[in-house]
Ligand binder design. Structure first.
Ligand code: ADP
Length: 547
């Protein structure tokens, strides 16, 4: 800006100086011509008078003078001339000043030499006797005059340039200085040029608008950050060229990355499923893939982002589905186990029935086989009922009715129902402790206590003991203790798994399904309770449920 103002000032002032010099020169030159004509006129008048008195000999006095005097007769023939031989001169009748003098009494004209280097000014005066007296003077032309002045002119122009340069520099600096010193933080506080006031006002208004927009944008950004940072799902947003635009810390955590070192999203994870999901999204299709990292499973959901019908990027959501995958695996395993568990008794039943069907068996064998069929069928019923219990608990557990459950009377009730089985093996059942009310599902708690007591009887020794203790302390608890075979340490972790038995054949023999403790575990989880197991091999076990 400074430079432009300087150039404008400099050229303007220089032009002004040059034009002024030119005009002054022109005016002076014109005035000098007028002056010469005046001189010629007075000289002609004075010489005319002298010629009238003294005759044409008077003209001879001017020979060699700077002015040229010519006397022409009324026919245009030169009578005498102070600068040339009159006899060789042309007839002057055609000359402009002569013609004018003849008709009007006087005339003047200017003629340039062929080379334009000089010009001659003529003044002609008609004498009383009809002759014409002409006085002329030669003057340098404008070009010649200028040429003669070239040195001072160059000097003047150089000085003008120097002065313009200096002044323009100062002027441009003086104009720009207040602009450079503008307080742009508070545009409306500046008082400089009136012409800038509307601009400064506009800047001030725009500053307020921009400030508001920045605050809004920051607030939105903060909201977005808060939302995304509190998501357990990973979020990555990319542009159409795989560059990461934004991400949340959950994404880094799930992808097991400390920090992003490259903007390329594929540097975050190079697994095929991740790449495929992204590629599909960037080609315009929503994609979902499951990816595993070590023992974790993640769903990668990639969705294209459109603007004006053009794909400008993708949103990638990473969801930890490890639990779902584990549940699915367990379910698959459970289904396989169920099929296997059902097939064994059914094969036995079918085998016994086939042999009876042949009809050539002694009666005692038929009775024996029928008993076996009955036992297997009972086992099947038990198994199916346990499967129903466990699946119902899994699917509808949350819907179970919550009520006040009194543990002591519940335990007495359970013990009462198991008494006949216990009696057969001389096992003594008892309930100890206090009355204790907990909030929960009576049906599920009964199932827990029943299965624990059933196991305590099943895995007890002949004439053993089962003691159920209800404690109403800081935390309500119910413990089932037996004097049975105990559980070896290596199996204690796994006995709550479905179909897991310490001694498979023994469990089957005594009618176990392998699902009892699994039902217990589900019930405990439903009540947000805890189950502890203490056991001593050969001496007995104690299961305690703490609510
Ligand atoms: P099951 O129907 O075979 O009893 P459970 O899930 O109830 O299945 O128990 C799993 C396994 O844990 C049993 O097969 C048994 O080996 C062991 N077990 C459970 N309760 C006891 C106990 N009170 N004493 C000894 N072993 C037990």
């Amino acid at each position: 800006m400074n430079k432009r103002i300087f150039i404008a000032c400099f050229t303007t002032s220089l032009l002004a100086v040059l034009i002024s010099v030119g005009l002054i020169f022109g005016v002076l030159f014109g005035q000098s011509e007028d002056q010469i004509f005046k001189e010629l006129k007075s000289e002609a008048t004075y010489i005319a008078h002298a010629v009238k008195v003294q005759g044409i000999g008077y003209i001879e006095n001017f020979k060699g003078a700077d002015k040229r005097i010519t006397l022409v007769d009324s026919n245009g023939i030169v009578i005498t001339d102070t600068s040339a031989d009159a006899s060789v001169l042309d007839n002057h009748l055609e000359r402009e000043e002569i013609v004018q003098a003849m008709t009007k009494g006087s005339g003047e004209s200017t003629r340039y030499s062929d080379t334009l280097m000089t010009k001659t000014l003529y003044y002609a005066l008609r004498l009383d006797d009809g002759r014409i007296l002409r006085v002329s003077a030669t003057q340098s032309s404008v070009i010649m005059t200028l040429w003669g002045l070239v040195q001072p002119l160059i000097l003047i122009i150089l000085m003008a340039m120097a002065v313009s340069f200096f002044l323009s520099k100062r002027v441009s600096r003086a104009i720009v200085k207040p602009i450079n010193n503008l307080d742009l933080e508070n545009p409306s506080n500046n008082v400089i040029y009136d012409e800038l006031t509307p601009l400064l006002r506009k800047m001030s208004a725009q500053k307020i608008t921009i400030g508001q927009q920045i605050r809004d944008a920051r607030q939105k950004q903060e909201e977005f950050r808060l939302i995304t940072e509190n998501m357990s799902e990973g979020l990555i947003i990319t542009d159409a060229y795989n560059n990461v635009l934004t991400y949340n810390s959950a994404a880094l955590k799930l992808l097991e990355i400390d920090k992003i070192t490259s903007t390329n999203v594929l540097s975050l994870n190079r697994k095929r499923s991740f790449r495929e999901a992204l590629e599909k999204a960037l080609s315009g299709e929503r994609a979902q893939r499951t990816m595993t990292i070590e023992d974790k499973s993640y769903d990668i959901i990639a969705t294209p982002v459109y603007e004006d019908g053009r794909i400008i990027g993708a949103v990638i959501v990473i969801v930890d589905v490890t639990e779902r995958e584990q549940r699915d695996a367990l379910r698959r395993e459970f289904t396989a186990n169920v099929s296997h568990e059902l097939r064994t008794p059914l094969t036995s039943i079918s085998g016994f029935a086939e042999m009876i069907k042949q009809g050539d068996m002694p009666m005692e064998t038929v009775v024996d086989f029928s008993r076996s069929i009955y036992d297997e069928a009972q086992r099947l019923i038990g198994l199916v009922s346990d499967i129903i219990k466990i699946t119902t608990m899994e699917e509808k557990g949350d819907d179970s009715e919550i009520e006040d459950v009194e543990l002591f009377s519940l335990a007495e009730h359970v013990i009462g129902s198991l008494e006949p089985i216990a009696k057969k093996r001389g096992i003594q059942l008892s309930v100890e402790g206090d009355k204790c009310i907990v909030k929960g599902s009576g049906k599920i708690i009964k199932e827990i206590v029943y299965n624990l007591c059933d196991n305590a009887i099943k895995y007890n020794k002949e004439n053993g003991k089962v003691i159920v203790t209800v404690t109403n302390g800081e935390k309500a608890s119910i413990a089932v203790e037996d004097t049975g075979i105990g559980i070896p340490l290596a199996h204690r972790e796994r006995i709550f798994e479905r179909f897991y038995r310490v001694d498979k054949s023994h469990s089957k023999e005594i009618g176990g399904t392998g699902l009892g403790l699994s039902i217990v575990k589900h019930g405990v989880l439903f009540h947000n309770a805890e189950i502890l197991l203490e056991s001593s091999e050969g001496n007995g076990s104690k299961f305690t449920v703490i609510f």
